[in-house]
Design a protein around this ligand. Structure first.
Ligand code: M6R
Length: 609
């Protein structure tokens, strides 16, 4: 989604803005632009395409020179990606950049057109710029004009604003969309996320709903929407530039796959005391857990898939029913939830619009909410009743890997604690499972080493496929969903995950000669059943890639490739098997020459519906 930056200080502003926007590239975008104070005037440069296109354009047309300004990467919502629709947008005295959606832009545009205002672009953002300019032309005071404007705007927005009459000052305001204010030495920043500013400062304020910030090189002032000063708590990012760099890896995705052992360690180890999970710091304890009636896990994409694995694990060992729901469905289907129910919202970014709305709905209906979130201080993290942070560090690649992995690890911690609290497992089993979970970082490391080469080989066989299937039963099926999503989002090859036992009720008709089928068969209790399903697809010409445990006896001629993973505690195997699934997707994308980290049409943080 769109990324916003702003800078005031002593450095070359264009340079800082472009670098800061590079730190937000992971969010996905299709155009970019900056506005800089140059000799007391606002000078704008913008271009369709990537930041490189903007930089190239500025090389030819000249680049704004100055010490304060705003910048933007746009992920098109209203109007196609084009130079004209790129941000910044301006009125007579006001120029701004925007992340979010102005829902009532049509009515506002009509009103402004009646006032004689002319629009150049198709965007909702230009309406916000013109409206602010309209109020400013009457009120002549920037903060009051911002307050008047935001009272009219419906929807979500984070705005970075410059007023021509206030050179070398940057204004910002937000509702629903995230925005931080970076605090440096004689320089200050605004940004959608910390990676934009980490090269310059680790200190930042989180701007709350409707707060307005004014930045100049000497400091930052924050006001509420009654123009009253607000005292903010300074936060410090606990990671450094390396965390957002590629550190010698060709892509963020492969770096992040390799960071998984550390991410699990950072997430699990601090939550284990005396050999047992302890989630007290997250306000979760046996008393709270025993009161839970129904559990819903609500999320989007990979985060939702971690919930699918969570469902199988929680139901299996804690004997508590779990419903997994897609957030965009849950929020609009008047779900039957209330007091006593627990809604678990899973999100890497903590800003996903549908997941946030689902959580707010659950709260309205009186259910308790537990957020499993990676991004510190994000909206979902702040609004949930209970919170478990995953500690994956910043995930830059659009395709989630380490964030999904640590979401799985938290699902296990939660399941073990719930099972013990409900008397479904005794202390011995509880400690045994926990000990095994603590072994997973080492096991994941081993699996990365053992399966990289074969995953690379397998990916070569997928390059010409139009479509493929992932099949499995039980936990293997839950995991296949993630494998399939990973492959399609970065390789652009169509794939579906299917419950192996359901194939013959329709989907098996899709199997034709040489269609790849990735069959996951790691669960002993279901092994023979899955093998039968594999035989069925093989008999119809499928090219089978089978993933199973080291010790499994694979019948002759049922698979073209067998990828074996070390034998381990079966309930935890999804944490190991997801590694080759990630690697297969990664190498397929690399070999197809795709943009691995920023796949087409996708954004990392989906802050609009
Ligand atoms: O930030 P979130 O975890 O809420 O994001 C949810 C999905 O958008 C995300 O998992 C998406 O599916 C990933 N691109 C998958 O790799």
């Amino acid at each position: 989604m769109c990324g916003i930056v702003g800078y005031v200080g002593h450095r070359d502003c264009s340079d800082v803005l472009v670098k800061a926007l590079t730190g937000l590239e992971y969010r996905g975008y299709d155009s970019a632009g900056i506005a800089v104070f140059e000799n007391q005037k606002i000078s704008v440069a913008k271009s369709k395409g990537k930041l490189k296109d903007l930089v190239d354009k500025m090389k030819v047309e000249g680049r704004p020179k100055g010490f304060a300004g705003i910048g933007h990467t746009r992920w098109a919502t209203h109007g196609e990606p084009s130079d004209i629709n790129s941000h910044p947008h301006s009125g007579a005295k006001v120029t701004l950049v925007h992340n979010g959606i102005i829902e009532n832009y049509k009515e506002l545009k009509e009103f402004l057109q009646k006032q004689g205002r002319v629009f150049l672009s198709d965007t909702d953002t230009e309406v916000a710029a013109q409206l602010l300019d309209y109020y400013y032309s009457h009120i002549k005071e920037p903060v009051k004009a911002i307050i008047e404007t935001t009272q009219e705007l419906k929807g979500s927005y984070a705005l970075g604003i410059v007023f021509e009459d206030f050179p070398n000052r940057v204004f910002a305001v937000r509702r629903e969309s995230p925005l931080i204010v970076g605090v440096g030495k004689s320089e200050n920043f605004i940004a959608s996320d910390v990676p934009a500013i980490i090269e310059y400062t680790k200190d930042y304020y989180l701007l709350e709903q409707d707060e307005i910030a004014i930045l100049d090189e000497n400091g930052v002032r924050v006001f509420d929407n009654h123009y009253q000063p607000v005292v903010k708590e300074l936060k410090t990012a606990d990671w450094d530039v390396d965390a957002v760099g590629k550190c010698g890896y060709p892509h963020y995705m492969i770096k992040e796959i390799n960071e998984q052992p550390t991410a699990i360690k950072n997430t699990v180890t601090p939550r284990v005391k005396d050999g047992m999970p302890c989630l007290d710091e997250c306000n979760i304890n046996p008393e709270v857990l025993r009161k839970i009636k129904n559990i819903y896990i609500v999320a989007c994409g990979s985060a939702m898939h971690s919930g699918m694995v969570g469902k199988y694990v929680i139901e299996e060992i804690a004997r508590t029913a779990v419903t997994v729901d897609i957030a965009s469905e849950f929020r609009y289907r008047n779900p039957i939830i209330g007091k006593g129910d627990l809604i678990i919202i899973v999100s890497q970014s903590g800003e996903t619009a549908d997941s946030l709305a689902a959580m707010r709905l659950a709260k309205e209906k009186g259910a308790k909410t537990l957020a499993i979130v990676n991004a510190m201080g994000s909206t979902i993290a702040r609004e949930a009743d209970m919170l478990i942070y995953t500690h994956a560090g910043p995930e830059i690649s659009v395709a989630s890997t380490k964030a999904y992995m640590v979401q799985l690890s938290v699902m296990y911690l939660f399941a073990f604690e719930l099972a013990f609290a409900k008397g479904q497992i005794d202390e011995e089993k509880y400690k045994y499972y926990t000990a095994k979970l603590l072994e997973t970082p080492e096991m994941v490391e081993k699996v990365i080493a053992q399966t990289t080469e074969i995953s690379q080989k397998i990916s070569m066989k997928l390059l010409t496929a139009d479509s493929l299937l992932y099949i499995g039963r039980g936990l293997d099926y839950a995991l296949s969903m993630e494998g399939s999503l990973k492959l399609k989002e970065i390789s652009y090859i169509h794939s579906e995950s299917y419950a192996a036992g359901e194939l013959k009720h329709g989907t098996i008709s899709l199997i034709t000669k040489d269609m790849p089928v990735i069959a996951v068969a790691t669960q002993s209790a279901l092994y023979e059943k899955t093998v039968s399903n594999i035989k069925e697809v093989k008999a119809r010409g499928a090219k089978v890639i089978m993933i199973c445990q080291d010790g499994n006896d694979v019948p002759k001629d049922i698979a073209d490739y067998v990828l074996k993973i070390p034998t381990f505690e079966e309930i935890l195997l999804p944490m190991l098997v997801c590694v080759p699934l990630q690697l297969i997707a990664y190498y397929t994308s690399v070999q197809k020459g795709n943009d691995v980290d920023q796949p087409r049409n996708l954004a990392k943080s989906v802050t609009v519906e």
